[in-house]
Design a protein around this ligand. Structure first.
Ligand code: MTE
Ligand code: MO
Length: 364
């Protein structure tokens, strides 16, 4: 994986403007709660600078009591709530798809993911105060303060939506803090949405308007991007009606150490990584050094049983002198596991790469 020279955060930078960058995997694996400086950044436009004392969020649409709230208003009116949750880009691990056939988008390694403790107010509490209508077919759309560059179209504010029932679940936050620190600008200050379990794209940063409506957002990022297309579709045949909006993230796992290409001493090696299941527990993580013919189990680190957090795992394996490929796959509590090869899930936008993660190393 290559990147542009590190500019500031000591991350692997895929593009500077907009800023897209991910941490080296050993740093990602070093702490259960990912520090802001080690947290991937995915942005579609320039990072806005909003004054936290002045910035307001408008709550509009199908509400009896539309609201306009500053950060201080929110803190004063609603109970604060903290949720530990993974945020993961739908393009995480896209580089593995691109080794099969090119796709659009940046070549993310397995670092477009992070796990943080988010503090804010429950979106449900604010929507209840605004007296939202309830209805199975309603949606909550977010308009953000950044202006995204959109290929072949005019620049437009970043916009996405989630179903109202997800918004009312209590775990969806309007968050102002990450790991107990105020949000940094690049991660959405002064206020961002955090939608646990969903693809990162739904967690709008720099949120400016929250709209309850009877259909999903028609903004580009909801209506035309972040759709999972069938494998036979290409850019020139793109038909959004045949794409599925990416919400819940699938089961996945990655090896963070040793690094790809590492030269190791033969003998015992510590292998460490993360695993993530959509909604509930990782039940098992398997490692193979013979291409998936035989497997042994990694040890799962305790994640406190937190529903939206990731699971760290580790194993000591013995590597004789020679070249090796270490392979990982995870299992969830429903007995699901991951596909062996990225060719099985390839799509031209390169979303949701969940193939067994493989790392080649040499031992001498
Ligand atoms: N306003 C706004 N929100 C956004 C984005 C953006 O470009 N603008 N990118 C989205 C995507 S695709 C992801 S994966 C996450 C990344 O959040 P992070 O940069 O804090 O890691 O933010 C989401 N929210
Ligand atoms: Mo993303």
């Amino acid at each position: 994986m290559t990147g542009l020279p590190n500019q500031d955060a000591d991350l692997i930078v895929h593009s500077i403007n907009p800023l897209n960058a991910e941490p080296p995997l050993d740093r990602l694996r070093s702490r259960f709660l990912t520090e802001a400086g080690d947290f991937y950044v995915r942005s579609h436009g320039a990072i806005p600078e909003l004054d936290p004392d002045i910035h307001q969020v408008a709550f509009t649409g199908l509400l009896q009591q539309p609201l306009q709230l500053t950060l201080a208003d929110m803190k004063g009116r609603f109970a604060s709530r903290t949720v530990t949750a993974v945020l993961q880009c739908a393009g995480n691990r896209r580089a593995d798809f691109q080794a099969v056939e090119p796709t659009s988008g940046d070549p993310w390694a397995p670092g477009a993911i992070g796990n943080a403790e988010w503090t804010g107010v429950a979106l449900a509490d604010v929507l209840r105060a605004a007296e939202t209508l309830d209805g199975a077919d309603l949606h909550v759309a977010f308009r953000a303060a950044d202006i995204a560059a959109i290929e072949g179209e005019e620049d437009a504010p970043f916009g996405v939506s989630i179903p109202l029932d997800k918004a009312m679940s209590g775990d969806v936050l309007l968050a102002w803090a990450m790991n107990g620190e105020p949000l940094t600008r690049r991660h959405g200050a002064p206020l961002r949405v955090v939608v646990p379990g969903y693809a990162g794209v739904r967690s709008a940063k720099w949120v400016a308007e929250v709209m309850v409506q009877d259909k999903p957002s028609d903004a580009y990022h909801q209506a035309q991007d972040y759709l999972l297309f069938p494998s036979d579709m290409r850019k020139d045949t793109q038909d959004c009606a045949r794409g599925t909006p990416i919400n819940d993230m699938p089961l996945n796992a990655a090896i963070c150490e040793p690094a790809a290409g590492a030269a190791l001493a033969a003998g015992e090696t510590l292998v460490r990584g993360y695993a993530i299941a959509t909604d509930g527990a990782i039940s098992r993580v398997d490692l193979s050094v013979d291409g998936g013919h035989t497997w042994r189990q990694a040890t799962l680190d305790d994640n406190g049983g937190q529903r939206w957090a990731w699971t760290f795992w580790h194993a000591h394996i013995r590597l004789p002198v020679g070249e090796h490929e270490i392979v990982v796959r995870a299992w969830d509590s429903a007995g699901r596991t991951q596909p062996a090869r990225p060719s099985e899930g390839w799509n031209f936008k390169g979303y949701l790469c969940t193939a067994w993660h493989r790392v080649r190393v040499t031992a001498a």
